[in-house]
Design a protein around this ligand. Structure first.
Ligand code: PBG
Length: 320
């Protein structure tokens, strides 16, 4: 005798009762791009419906975020000034530091995560300090610690380093603790792959490397076992949350990480994942809402406890 699986698919009532995975605005973290200047709300061409905001225009997006029911943002800054050591990244009056203080004034509860990396701030576009054409790991760590501390001082709730230097979590944890920021948490971009899916973001953040590529620090897309080692080290060094990035092409990594580690797992559904759906929808070839929600659901099903997505606001509205 065969099993009648269709019994539990009979109508929406029973389907609603047996559903294993659901999406809610609580799952989403919205990436927010801030720029210097005044009265700027400029659409990012490669990320339709996402914008560069100057600080004076933040109140309107914060209220959209609140209306959508989204609780967390991850901040990215586009500075006016870049140099070899990315000094605007740790400047007390840098774009991110000012943005954090401004957002705190507008909304004291919104959960502010900051991306800690140097590529948007360095003249060469790499995620660290260059020595002889190579990103110097240990030299970079000192800067990563400084950047993280400046974000914490400005009022960030959580620090998310995306540079992929070895030992950065330990460096950040120690720096934060020594300076009285024991309660600022860390979300580690642990398994961050060297991915072509970041293409549209590099437009948005003007952060493409001016020479070479990121293969000597970001992970090889072919490797799964190595991701577990990266994650294990980050947890040991003090990460509160670990991340897999990108999401859709790396669902296997997400699932393995989820099964193996007892910390919350974040997934970053990156710019290319978003832009492909937007482009397909614009061509009229796919149903944007259905595809976006199905993609997000698959990321959650694969094990993500939270998803950084450019769809955060749109998806939250669709879910209402
Ligand atoms: C900075 C950083 C990148 C992304 C997040 N933080 C770009 C990169 O590593 O090249 C990518 C995000 C996206 O594509 O949505 N290092």
């Amino acid at each position: 005798m065969f099993r009648r699986h269709r019994r539990l698919r009979k109508n929406s009532y029973i389907r609603d009762m047996v559903r294993e995975t659901t999406l809610s605005p609580n799952d989403f973290i919205y990436p927010l791009f801030v720029v210097e200047g005044i009265n700027i709300k400029k659409e990012i061409p490669s990320l339709p419906n996402n914008y560069h905001y100057s600080l004076d225009r933040l109140p309107e997006v914060i209220s959209e975020i609140n209306d959508a029911g989204v609780k967390g943002i991850i901040l990215f800054g586009i500075p006016d000034y870049k140099d070899e050591i990315g000094s605007s990244a740790f400047d007390e009056n840098g774009i991110i530091q000012k943005a954090i203080r401004k957002i705190r004034e507008i909304d004291k509860d919104l959960f502010i995560i900051t991306d800690v990396c140097m590529c948007e701030y360095t003249s060469h576009g790499h995620c660290g300090i260059i020595h002889d054409g190579y990103v110097d790991n240990d030299e970079t760590l000192k800067y990563i610690g400084k950047i993280a501390l400046s974000h914490a001082k400005a009022g960030a709730d959580m620090i998310a380093p995306s540079d992929m230097m070895d030992g950065r979590i330990e460096e950040i944890r120690t720096t934060l603790d020594e300076n009285g920021y024991k309660n600022v948490s860390i979300m580690a971009y642990s398994a961050k792959y060297c991915s072509a899916f970041y293409g549209p973001f590099r437009d948005a953040a003007d952060s493409a490397p001016k020479f070479g590529d990121r293969k000597s620090y970001q992970m090889d897309p072919a490797n799964a076992r190595e991701a577990m080692l990266e994650i294990e080290d980050d947890i040991e060094e003090g990460a509160d949350v670990i991340m897999v990035k990108p999401a859709l092409a790396y669902l296997d990594i997400l699932r393995t990480a989820k099964n193996r580690f007892d910390v919350p797992v974040a997934a970053y559904s990156v710019s290319g994942e978003y832009s492909m759906i937007k482009a397909g929808a614009k061509m009229g070839w796919i149903d944007e809402k259905a595809i976006a929600l199905e993609s997000l659901l698959s990321i959650k099903r694969a094990g993500a406890d939270m998803i950084i997505t450019y769809y955060a606001l749109e998806a939250s509205k669709w879910l209402k």
